[in-house]
Design a protein around this ligand. Structure first.
Ligand code: HEC
Length: 176
């Protein structure tokens, strides 16, 4: 190797050795800058109460409209189909649809009970009963067992009516 070539290689080598830590520090710096940028925006604002995402799901309307627009149409459809002696494939799908609506929305109902502790516990118990019987009805519809389905539909309606007897000012007693 010629002397000049040796010098060029040496300069390149030294250049890399010197530049390496500088580049490294640069990377670290931008990382720590990012962190401090994040901490500049307070994650925990002491003046604002902490609010989880779930808390933002406020009821859209009152219990009356919940029952009228969500529970009632599903109940009426179930009542019509389960009074039949024979239920078609398409009707079983509808039973699944409406029992799923009534069981899953029982969770939402359960969260909207009265403030009083004992009354709230009673409310939750009846919403849970609706949920359990609705879920059992959904399962029976999946295996198309009419007798089992009718039994759970009846028990679910008992739970609906028990809650109405206790908490509905008009005490709607829904016919099975
Ligand atoms: C945990 C309590 C609770 C359960 C369980 C419950 N409801 Fe209700 N329901 C109420 C209350 C309270 C009202 C009265 C709302 C109002 O008018 O202020 C009501 C009212 C109703 C009404 C009358 C609405 C109207 O148009 O006036 C219907 C229909 C109804 N519920 C259907 C159902 C069905 C079907 C179920 C069961 C699948 C059910 N509810 C389960 C609490 C409950």
């Amino acid at each position: 190797m010629k002397f000049t070539n040796c010098v060029v290689v040496l300069i390149l080598f030294l250049g890399t050795v010197v530049a390496w830590p500088i580049v490294g520090i640069g990377v670290q710096e931008t990382d720590s800058k990012k962190e401090s940028a994040q901490t500049d925006e307070p994650v925990l604002n002491a003046e604002k109460p902490q609010e989880s995402k779930e808390d933002k799901f406020k009821p859209v309307d009152n219990m009356h409209h919940f029952m009228e627009y969500i529970s009632k149409p599903s109940y009426m459809e179930l009542r019509k189909i389960l009074a039949k002696e024979k239920v078609s494939r398409g009707e079983w799908k509808k039973v699944k649809q409406h029992s799923l609506i009534l069981s899953e929305t029982s969770k939402l109902v359960s969260e909207r009970g009265p403030a009083d502790k004992d009354q709230n516990a009673e409310w939750k118990k009846l919403a849970f009963e609706t949920y359990q019987q609705g879920a059992a009805l959904y399962k029976a519809a999946g295996s198309r067992k009419l007798e089992v389905a009718v039994k759970h539909y009846g028990a679910m309606m008992d739970a609906c009516n028990q809650c109405h007897k206790k908490f509905d000012p008009k005490n709607h007693q829904l016919a099975k």
